[in-house]
Design a protein around this ligand. Structure first.
Ligand SMILES: Cc1ncc(COP(=O)(O)O)c(C=O)c1O
Ligand SMILES: [Zn+2]
Length: 393
């Protein structure tokens, strides 16, 4: 069995197929591209017990990852974050079988390290020397960090209001940092304008290159493996660009196709903040795409994405799994951040706190049943957002 069973890229909108060994951004039709694998070859050449014997990093799933050569892997040992029982909080909200997948325990302190590890490794394998991206902060620090380890240059543009630590993380690894007085879309416009004047940079914006999803899908692979190759009833995910949710959905479908788990898939919940809830609005009206959200604003900065390029994929993941999409207020998510910390000793990021608030809300409405097994993605450590905890005066 080869290291990677990477086969080709495919367009989920117009079904076009593309060569995976060319540097590619989006499809000609504008859609993000998805990575396809030779699953029958994996089925014939590897089994899930082989995976279980490998080192505890996301690279243990290398057949299902796009990097062809192990020498190209750029890694700090990321992945295999713990799936932590949350019995006290679970009891309080009436979901005793509540688990937290804790992405705070990963290089750069957020799950963005997964997309960066795989995306940078694959970019290096394809000969890329310089990358550029807009970010809400955490992805920028992760990609700048992995780029530095790969010996690549990086140009990162982020809103002035992004967490300050992310700026420092970019600077310490020598990234070129641009700050914009606006939102992530404005940072994207700056990246495109800058790249138009420069040579040799790959635009690695969310879903504008196909490999970030592959890194993030490892959250889904790990959840299945950590539960003994089965899936929970519900997975809640704080959704901005939605890459993690799309990735988890893709991972679980690949595992079903491999015969490593059985369906049905868990109900996937796209959690947003009330101040920026385009996916929730689309879900509530039964739409298959979202409308841009005006005046987006929330303390859960990572999920401030007024219009996601992959919105149709997020909604498909939600509809296909019988999931839903809900919004929580900043007051509720900050209160929940406090409550999770008090009851469980876990200092979660505000985005993760939004997903915990959504558990309480969905249990309250009966959408989550009392005996269901529920996994919340805490996408990062609270340490990256110290100002969410005011000091006594
Ligand atoms: C901590 C955190 N959680 C969640 C998200 C949303 O991620 P996605 O783009 O996968 O929806 C982000 C994105 O910046 C983030 O930084
Ligand atoms: Zn297409």
């Amino acid at each position: 069995m080869r290291f990677s069973a990477l086969s080709h890229l495919s367009c989920p909108r117009c079904q076009r197929q593309l060569d995976a060994d060319q540097v590619t951004n989006v499809c000609d039709c504008g859609s993000p591209l998805l990575v396809e694998y030779d699953l029958p070859a994996i089925r014939a050449g590897a089994d899930r017990d082989d995976v279980g014997r490998r080192a505890p990093s996301l690279w243990r799933y290398h057949e299902l990852l796009p990097v062809r050569s192990p020498e190209q892997v750029v890694s700090f040992g990321e992945g295999m974050t713990p799936l932590v029982p949350m019995p006290a909080f679970g009891r309080e909200v009436g979901v005793p079988r509540l688990l937290m997948k804790d992405e705070g325990l990963i290089p750069t302190g957020t799950f963005k390290a997964r997309g960066a590890a795989v995306g940078v490794s694959r970019a290096r394998e394809l000969g890329v020397k310089k990358i550029a991206m807009p970010t809400n902060g955490n992805a920028g620090s992760a990609w700048a960090t992995y780029a530095a380890r790969a010996g690549m240059r990086s140009f990162i543009a982020m809103p002035l209001s992004a967490p300050e630590i992310c700026r420092r993380e970019c600077l310490v690894v020598g990234a070129e940092l641009a700050l914009v007085d606006g939102l992530i879309g404005d940072a994207g416009a700056l990246v495109r304008a800058t790249l138009a004047e420069r040579e040799g940079y790959l635009d690695v914006s969310t879903l504008r290159e196909p490999y970030r999803i592959e890194g993030k899908k490892t959250m889904g692979l790990e959840i299945a493996e950590q539960l003994g190759w089965r899936t929970p009833d519900v997975i809640l995910y704080p959704t901005g660009g939605g890459v993690g949710l799309i990735g988890i959905w893709k991972a679980l479908r690949e595992l079903v196709e491999l015969g490593w788990i059985e369906g049905p898939l868990p109900r996937l919940v796209a959690v947003q903040a009330q101040g920026c809830a385009p996916i929730v609005a689309a879900y509530e009206s039964g739409a298959t795409e979202s409308e841009p959200w005006p005046d987006a604003h929330t303390v859960a900065f990572g999920i401030t994405v007024p219009k996601a390029l992959g919105d149709f994929l997020i909604l498909q993941a939600v509809y296909d799994t019988g999931g839903c999409s809900v919004a929580v207020s900043d007051a509720d998510l900050l209160a929940e951040q406090r409550r999770v910390a008090e009851l469980e000793g876990a200092f979660v990021c505000p985005e993760g706190a939004a997903a915990f608030a959504a558990v309480r809300q969905l249990r309250g409405s009966g959408w989550i049943g009392a005996d269901e097994e529920v996994v919340v993605l805490n996408t990062g450590t609270g340490l990256k957002y110290p100002s969410t905890v005011p000091l006594p005066t």
